[in-house]
Design a protein around this ligand. Sequence first.
Ligand SMILES: [Ca+2]
Length: 484
Amino acid sequence: MKRLLSISLFALLGLVTCWAGAANVSKPNIVLILADDLGWKDLGCYGADLIETPHIDRLAQQGVRFTDAYAMPVCSPTRGALMTGRHAARLHITIWAEGAIEGGPKFRKLLPGESLPQLPHTETTIAKHLHDAGYLTALVGKWHLGDSDYYPETHGFDVNIGGTHWGAPQTFFWPYSGSGRHGPQFRFVPHLEFGKPGEYLPDRLTDEALRVIDRAGKQPFFLYFAHHSPHTPIEAKPADVERFKAKLQPNLNHQNPVYAAMVKSLDDSVGRVLAHLKKRGIEQNTIVVFVSDNGGYNGIDKTSGYTCPVTNNAPLRSGKGSLYEGGIRVPLVVRWPGITPPAAVCGEPVLITDLFHTLASAAGVASAATASPDGTDLSLLLKNPAAKLDREALFFHYPHYYSTTTPVGAVRAGDWKLLEYFEDNRAELYNLKDDLGEKTDLAKQMPDKAAALCQQLHAWRESVGAAMPTPNPAYRPKPQKLKK
Ligand SMILES: [Ca+2]
């Protein structure tokens, strides 16, 4: 009897082990590719003209493409929100890391809201959750969430290739360092010290990303592949630049061939990652997400040799930094074999924080949702892109200055969008269904609607403890230009 019991216990243990093994095998790998400053209209599948992105377009053909996906308006806030599932305003990370340290302009009407230059260790990242669930976790590329005390290694990543506090490399060509625009400084991309002249950063980062996939072997992996492209400095491989120079026409929305070439390299990188997954036979067990961290940069970058804006977000208004659609609406494509239908398009508004919840849920890390109230699991939309989320509104908060904006907050509820500018508490109201370009301000025509949305925005700010700008005692109104 005792022997029989032992055998049964042994068999039971074997069964449990077997189940655990099966569960581990079924854990999907996750490849999260984050582009930097890629605009909503910068991909073929989103209607780009000069720019060509066949690999990402094919990914969209195999999964769900979101038309109304939103990020924060600049780099670090999106990255913090993506890693934690918590809104940038709740994290108090509302401007890029270097901007938080520099403190913003000294003589404008408002002093910016306080923002942290790093992701505190009291926050738990998706990498930490996945690491604890047995994943190999790797960041390849840009981190931008703090200095060496806050590097990815301290936030749940087993591997960090390239992640520092810097928001951009000094140059995209090896050795990726040199003097900066703000004076002499030494930017670097760690673990890539050994390279060769002419080596281009997106290509090298892709080599490293493929090595991470190989290194994982049979272990499930989370590859956070955060490209620096196509952030400034706008630099691309000469042969690619020539290709787009030849294609340039005055009637195209996009006019910068160096930028188009830069996006091509980004697309080539995605193509190589997808091909590698297929080659290794893990394509069917890997979720691939492609998304950008903010709207397209519509300023000028002289490095490119062109004086036209780097990109054009039309028909969206404005660009990076702004809370108009051009600053926050981003491309988002998700392919999850067995879950996402092919060539699907989803028009439901979604936020970058939702990816945290979606990926945590996919990996079976249910506990992750508790401390992250600012997002929702998108599995429902990924299975059925026509479904609706039970969510009233999305909120945005940028209490800082940038070339495209003064301090501002915003809310999108259904088709309605309200922006509140903090310098004069001016509200602007738009109906995105009729007016995607936010050209006709309806605030005066519809004061009740504007007041209701304002109230909703204020209540949200209070609930997340958003840091607000304050009056600047040193404010100097811009002096009138003297006539000669
Ligand atoms: Ca960015």
